[in-house]
Design a protein around this ligand. Sequence first.
Ligand code: SAH
Length: 211
Amino acid sequence: MPDFDKLCERMVNRQIVARGVHDPRVLQAMRDVRRHEFVDAARQPFAYEDRPLPIGLGQTISQPYIVAWMSELLRIKVGDSVLEIGTGCGYQTAVLAKLASHVYSIELIDALSQQAALNLTRAGATNVSLRVGDGFDGWPEHAPYQCIMTAAAPAEVPGNLTRQLDVGGRLVLPVGERGYQQMTRVTKREDGSLQTEQLGLVAFVPMLRGG
Ligand code: SAH
């Protein structure tokens, strides 16, 4: 059995701190959430490696650094409510749940959402609500959100997501066509206008349209 605590600590230092993520709350969350518990048994030995891993149905659990970087870019405060698009296996959801008051997470694929529910219960995350649906619609019933993020890339910033963003809120997402996209942060100013920052190239799975 690998020493997962040691692998996790090494992951945080070599992959995340070394690349410039320094928010202490984010680093603590990355230490606290046990990534190997979110992948199947055969992949557990690789769970702390510097890459995405398959989680079935053509989808992947994001690279640890990307999870940490996006969590930092969101500038989550203790009382914040977060909307996540693309629950996947629930790993990023668990990290967000350590940082926010509540996380609402939408996943297109039913089987992944069900697996994520099991993973999150096992991980002890209680401040999380999951739903199967199309993230392009957002989750209007619980809006506005202080933070929104997507784990899959739309070609353009979805209007429903900026509409459901609180004043002063941050939306962090990869934007672009298949292949490479721009990591983007959209901030809603006091007057309701949007400030957009492009932060570098990344490669995500596409955000798909629901049925
Ligand atoms: N953060 C996740 C990464 C999952 S990969 C993790 O840690 O496991 C991206 C996920 O987005 C996939 O599970 C995919 O099914 C989902 N997805 C793609 N398009 C979507 C959409 N329109 N609405 C909701 N989820 C979507």
